[in-house]
Write a protein that binds this ligand. Structure first.
Ligand SMILES: NC(=O)c1ccc[n+]([C@@H]2O[C@H](COP(=O)([O-])OP(=O)(O)OC[C@H]3O[C@@H](n4cnc5c(N)ncnc54)[C@H](O)[C@@H]3O)[C@@H](O)[C@H]2O)c1
Length: 422
């Protein structure tokens, strides 16, 4: 087992990994964000993934200064890989982190550089590997080696955690693969899967997410079709699901920085190779249009009369504070464009971040008023506990209650309200 690991980027992915590894090897967590480092040192993980006692129990070394990290045997890069305004992969952050790692390599240790960030096939070797060679003059395979292990954890998911899921590993040679498999094998009971190559592992990750995006898009399209037939998508799904091979996806808003982003990574590489993907990208437009569809439906349900609307939940999914690419923001702006006065509430989102990211104010006193419409956009646990009284107290007589994800049990639905979901 190697002695020292540096995790570069200690966010949603990097922190749980660094914590898990720290019980087996010496771990350094390096993050460019000094505030994040200070918060973690003080025992607070703002992503909500690691509880204070687990954080305190992890023998982690945290820093925002690369110079403070001693030379490591393994570097694991877990930084964001977003898209730009034209939906093209933006590798700026990944390359900046790569340059930081390049500056820390001690060739005498022949470190393994493992990428965990989601990328399209070829990025680890042909872009990041080449970048390291170009700026250091080191020889790949002799002075450092490359590996790739996609991250599968799901923020807020307490079941499929890093210590239980199967970890896909890949590396540039069988010997390196053994070392990478041993490292990850130490932290998960789910075992490791050795992909045939780095590119195969990179591709596996993007197609996992593209598949999910397409399947949700199909459900979103079905929801829109069934609505015109005056049928509830949930009733139809409940019936269809009794078939053994029906896939149990659900309609919903697709946000976050994985499912809605990764299909574009696949598209980019396909286009570079002269193939224009149709299926991969068809779902994007449907999913991106859902927030407007919901807003338009509510508006017509209210006879196109502007009113006071309370939107519950702003994060991209339930029980996480992550606001990135939240489609609820689209819903709010569309409702506002229809003339509604929209109040936003979220118990988990950071108000400063909500304002910075979306220009939206989270109203802590939102529960002191009554509204013509209440949209349960993100069914955080906090809303569902005691739902019956809460929703009833928020709706004005004759109001409309929208349970977007069909999360509220019938008995908790506000009585005498006009209610619908998706
Ligand atoms: N969040 C998820 O659920 C999830 C799941 C699977 C895969 N992924 C992938 O994992 C990668 C990381 O995602 P995340 O959600 O953890 O992102 P994040 O934003 O939560 O964390 C990334 C961290 O990297 C830091 N960082 C940025 N540039 C840096 C640099 N040059 N040096 C050091 N630190 C730097 C940031 O300050 C941040 O704390 C992405 O490629 C993402 O697609 C994410």
């Amino acid at each position: 087992m190697h002695k020292r690991v540096t995790v570069v980027g200690i966010g949603y992915v990097g922190l749980p990994l660094a914590v898990a590894l720290s019980h087996h090897v010496e771990v350094w967590g390096l993050d460019i964000d000094q505030r994040r480092v200070d918060e973690l040192k003080a025992g607070h993980d703002r992503t909500g993934e690691i509880e204070p006692d687990r954080l305190a129990a992890a023998p982690l070394n945290l820093t925002a200064q690369p110079a403070e990290c001693p030379p490591s045997d393994i570097y694991i890069v877990t930084v964001p890989t977003p898209i730009d305004g034209d939906n093209r992969p933006d590798l700026t952050i990944l390359l900046a982190a790569t340059r930081t790692v390049a500056g820390m390599i001690d060739p005498a240790r022949r470190p393994i550089i493992i990428y965990e960030s989601t990328v399209y096939p070829g990025v680890t070797e042909e872009i990041c590997g080449n970048e390291i060679v170009t700026i250091t003059g080191l020889v790949r395979g002799r002075d450092f080696v490359l590996a790739y292990s996609p991250e599968r954890i799901n923020p807020g998911d307490r079941e499929h955690t890093i210590d239980k899921i199967i970890k896909v590993v890949s590396a540039e040679s069988p010997e390196v693969l053994d070392e990478v498999a041993a490292l990850y094998g130490a932290i998960t009971t789910g075992g490791v899967y050795r992909a045939s190559s780095i590119k195969a592992a990179e591709a596996a990750k993007v197609i996992e997410n593209a598949q999910r995006d397409i399947n949700i898009a199909f459900m979103n399209e079905i929801a829109q079709i069934l609505e015109r037939m005056d049928l509830s998508v949930w009733d139809v799904l409940a019936a269809a699901r009794t078939k053994w091979n029906f896939l149990p996806f659900q309609p919903g808003l697709v946000g976050g920085h994985c499912i809605g982003v990764d299909p574009y990574y696949l598209q980019h590489r396909a286009q570079e190779l002269g193939y224009e993907p149709r299926v991969v990208i068809a779902g994007r437009a449907v999913n991106d249009g859902m927030a407007h569809w919901v807003a338009d439906k509510l508006h017509s349900q209210r006879s196109e009369k502007a009113g006071r609307v309370l939107v519950l939940g702003l994060t991209f999914k339930e029980n996480v504070p992550d606001l990135r690419n939240s489609k609820v923001a689209d819903l709010v702006s569309r409702l506002a464009a229809h003339g509604h006065i929209v109040t936003v509430h979220d118990p988990l989102a950071d108000p400063g971040e909500a304002f910075h990211e979306w220009g939206l104010t989270i109203d802590p006193d939102a529960f002191d008023a009554r509204y013509d419409s209440v949209v349960l956009a993100v069914p955080h646990r906090a809303y569902l506990d005691g739902a019956e009284d809460l929703f009833a107290s928020l709706l004005a007589p004759g109001g409309t209650f929208v349970d977007l994800k069909n999360a509220v049990e019938d008995r908790s639905m506000p009585r005498q309200a006009d209610t619908w979901s998706m």
